[in-house]
Ligand binder design. Structure first.
Ligand SMILES: [Zn+2]
Ligand SMILES: [Zn+2]
Length: 330
C-alpha cells in the first residue's frame, strides 16, 4: 500500500482515513492521536483523544479535564479501524511519543518533536524501523550543532559564582525546558533552592510526582526572592514581574541561543544552548540509522534536510506536499 494513502496532510492536520483519526491536529476533530503536550500539538476540543498516560495528564493540567470528549491511554500495539498503531518514546518532554501507523505492510513513524540528546527528565528516543519516517526540521541546517548541555549548565554555575549578588533569571518554556534546566543543575551538584515563576509550578509539581528529581523549588512571587537562580517562562520577561529583581543576569535556555544574533536581539546576557529538539548531526544520524525508504519533512528548514536526503539517496519531500503530487501535475 502506498504510504501517502495511509497518511496525508489535510487542513485539520495529518489524517489517516483507514483509521479515522488525525495526528496532532490543529483543529478540533472526531479522533485525535497526540504525540505530546506542547500547545502546537495538543489542542483543546477533540472528540476522542489517544495519547500516553503522561501526555493525557499534562493535557488535563494545561487545558482542564474537559479538554476532550473522551480519553484513551495508548498501550502496546492497537488496532484502530484498518490500521495498527503504536506509541514509542521520543525523548522530547515527559510523555512524548512517536506514533507508528502500519497498514498493508507499510509502516510510517510520525516522530512529532524528538531528540537524541540524553535528557534526565524523560525516556530516551526509541528508534523504530519504518518505511517512512516523518521528521521535524526545526534545527534542520548544518550550522546547528548543539554542545553538551552540561557545558551550558557549567556556564550558568560559573556566572552565578562570578556575580554572587546578581539574581540569575533564566527563561525556559513551561513544559519540558524548565524542568530540563532544573534537573541539569541538580545533576551538576547545585543543591540550593531554585525559585520558579508561578506559571511553572503545576508542571514542575507533576514532573516531581512522576519521579523527576527537581530538588527544592520555591515560589518566585514574593518581593524578595531568597534564591540566586530563578526560572521563568519567556513571557514573564516582558511583564512587571521581572522588575522586582535588581540588576539581574538574564539568561535563556533554547536551541535558538546557538544563533548569536537571536540572543543579542532578545537582550540575553547568558545564552544557554539547551534544546529538546534534534540538531543537524542528530537528525541526519537518525535518518542514517533508520534508513527508511522515504522521509517526509515538516516544521522548519525542510530544504536543508531534503537536500541531505538527496545526497544520501533517500527519497524525501516536504510533508505538506504529500498526497498532492498527482494534483500538482494536472
Ligand atoms: Zn514539542
Ligand atoms: Zn512542536
Amino acid at each position: 500500500m502506498r504510504a501517502d494513502q495511509i497518511l496525508f496532510p489535510t487542513d485539520a492536520g495529518l489524517y489517516c482515513p483507514k483509521g479515522g483519526f488525525h495526528i496532532d491536529p490543529v483543529r478540533p476533530v472526531e479522533r485525535a492521536l497526540i504525540t505530546h503536550g506542547h500547545s502546537d500539538h495538543a489542542r483543546y476540543g477533540h472528540g476522542a483523544v489517544m495519547a500516553t498516560q503522561q501526555t493525557l495528564e499534562i493535557m488535563r493540567l494545561r487545558m482542564g479535564t474537559d479538554h476532550a470528549g473522551s480519553e484513551q491511554v495508548a498501550d502496546g500495539r492497537m488496532r484502530i479501524g484498518d490500521v495498527d498503531v503504536s506509541f514509542h518514546p521520543a525523548g522530547h518532554v515527559l510523555g512524548s511519543a512517536q506514533i507508528a501507523v502500519t497498514a498493508g505492510g507499510c509502516r510510517i513513524v510520525v516522530s512529532g518533536d524528538y531528540t537524541r540528546a540524553a535528557n534526565p527528565t524523560c525516556v530516551p528516543f526509541e528508534p523504530v524501523p519504518c518505511d517512512v519516517f516523518v521528521t521535524e526540521a526545526t534545527f534542520g541546517l548544518p550550522v546547528f550543532r548543539f554542545p553538551d548541555p552540561a557545558t551550558q549548565v557549567a556556564k550558568l554555575i560559573a556566572s552565578m559564582a562570578e556575580f554572587p549578588d546578581r539574581p540569575h533569571l533564566i527563561g525556559a518554556y513551561a513544559l519540558g525546558k524548565a524542568q530540563h534546566v532544573i534537573s541539569l543543575m541538580r545533576e551538576a551538584g547545585y543543591d540550593a533552592p531554585i525559585a520558579i515563576h508561578g506559571a511553572l509550578k503545576v508542571l514542575c509539581d507533576y514532573y516531581a510526582a512522576q519521579g523527576v528529581e527537581l530538588g527544592e523549588l520555591i515560589p518566585a512571587t514574593a518581593d524578595e526572592v531568597p534564591a540566586q537562580l530563578v526560572i521563568a517562562p519567556p513571557s514573564a520577561f516582558a511583564s512587571l514581574w521581572v522588575q522586582r529583581f535588581r540588576d539581574p543576569v538574564i539568561g535563556f535556555a533554547s536551541g535558538w541561543m546557538a544563533v548569536r544574533a537571536r540572543a543579542r536581539q532578545r537582550g540575553v546576557e547568558l545564552p544557554l544552548i539547551i534544546s529538546d529538539h534534534v540538531d543537524w548531526p542528530m537528525l541526519t544520524g537518525t535518518l542514517t540509522e533508520l534508513a527508511p525508504s522515504e522521509v517526509w519533512v515538516t516544521h522548519g528548514t525542510e530544504d536543508g534536510v531534503i537536500r541531505w536526503c538527496e545526497l544520501a539517496q533517500i527519497p524525501a519531500r516536504p510533508l505538506r506536499l504529500v498526497g498532492y503530487e498527482d494534483e500538482a501535475e494536472e
